[in-house]
Design a protein around this ligand. Structure first.
Ligand code: 5GP
Ligand code: ZN
Length: 114
């Protein structure tokens, strides 16, 4: 999609360090990390938010979760623990209109937020 920053990063139209990619998914560091490890995992195809997923995206979602598992291991947070978060819509705190999951770790997480 034109003018979507995460589409541009996922398709390498903007140079960015890609930490993981496969046919479906790309992952890269968050610009403003909220934890020692803060990685964004996105579908390569443009999906605006979690509200826009369909049953046809089931494999894509599984790939995102498996990418998170691998990135957690590769970044040394698998044993200590981590958080995988999606913010959906205005009250969910979503600021970029391309579905993304935050992989956060390397510090103790607060609950329900922070
Ligand atoms: P949201 O608030 O939508 O859940 O998360 C959007 C995230 O994208 C924020 O954590 C923000 O720091 C990050 N972000 C926004 N623009 C860019 C960018 O151009 N590059 C990268 N790597 N991250 C970005
Ligand atoms: Zn997009």
């Amino acid at each position: 999609m034109e003018d979507c920053i995460f589409c541009k990063i996922a398709h390498k139209e903007i140079s960015s360090e890609i930490l993981y990619e496969d046919e479906f998914v790309a992952a890269f560091k968050d610009l403003e990390p909220q934890a020692p490890v803060h990685i964004l995992i996105v579908p390569k195809k443009h999906i605006a938010s979690l509200n826009d997923l369909t049953a046809d995206d089931a494999e894509l979602l599984a790939r995102i979760v498996l990418a998170a598992q691998k990135l957690a291991k590769d970044n040394g947070i698998a044993e200590r623990g981590y958080r995988l978060v999606n913010n959906c819509g205005i009250e969910g705190g979503q600021t970029v209109g391309h579905l993304h999951f935050h992989l956060l770790g390397g510090r103790e997480m607060l609950w329900p937020a922070g």
